[in-house]
Design a protein around this ligand. Structure first.
Ligand SMILES: CC(C)(COP(=O)(O)OP(=O)(O)OC[C@H]1O[C@@H](n2cnc3c(N)ncnc32)[C@H](O)[C@@H]1OP(=O)(O)O)[C@@H](O)C(=O)NCCC(=O)NCCS
Length: 152
């Protein structure tokens, strides 16, 4: 567990007790239609996670460790906690943890709906760059942008 800079919160992985909070948060935020309860159940079983606790769960990231690369699959910040730097803090924690091992991941990948300007602003501020675009990727016909952040 690591302390979250400048607040009373902390950052650590999620466990099954946080499942309902993740479902609730996923229902409440924008761009989350694909994240059904069933899909989130799979994510809990298969993915790694990091949560920011204030002290209740306020933001989370699900990701997979592919060796050279960490692939982020889903993330959200509770509507009451948005624009307070929590997701920036989670990405910083993820990058710090990755850079501890010499052979650890050197890049973080994710995909984002082209019209998700809030998330795109966040990723650009962190340092992600667009590497490719998949037209008509989402069920609403929107394109996906694939983004990458080099950790070194
Ligand atoms: C995108 C999201 C995760 C951002 O989380 P957050 O904790 O509010 O982000 P932060 O407070 O760390 O924001 C850091 C920066 O990102 C950008 N940003 C975040 N939210 C933004 C918004 N609503 N509008 C414009 N820029 C935004 C800003 O540059 C911000 O810095 P600033 O507040 O100093 O201007 C949150 O809005 C969310 O949960 N959205 C719905 C789920 C989602 O879209 N997930 C991404 C799927 S790819």
């Amino acid at each position: 567990m690591s302390e979250f800079a400048g607040s009373s919160g902390s950052i650590h992985s999620l466990s099954s007790e946080h499942f309902e909070a993740v479902v609730q948060m996923s229902v409440e935020v924008a761009f989350s239609k694909a994240w059904t309860r069933e899909k989130l159940e799979l994510e809990f079983a298969e993915a790694l996670s990091l949560g920011c606790f204030m002290p209740e769960l306020a933001a989370f990231i699900f990701y997979r460790d592919l060796g050279e690369v960490l692939e982020v699959s889903w993330l959200a910040t509770h509507v009451n906690w948005q624009r307070r730097g929590l997701m920036m803090g989670l990405f910083r924690a993820l990058a710090d943890a990755s850079s501890r091992g010499k052979s650890g991941p050197r890049e973080i990948w994710l995909e984002v709906h082209e019209n998700n300007h809030d998330a795109r602003n966040l990723y650009e501020k962190i340092g992600f760059q667009v590497t490719s675009r998949r037209p008509r990727y989402y069920s609403d016909g929107g394109a996906a942008l694939l983004m990458s952040w080099r950790l070194t």
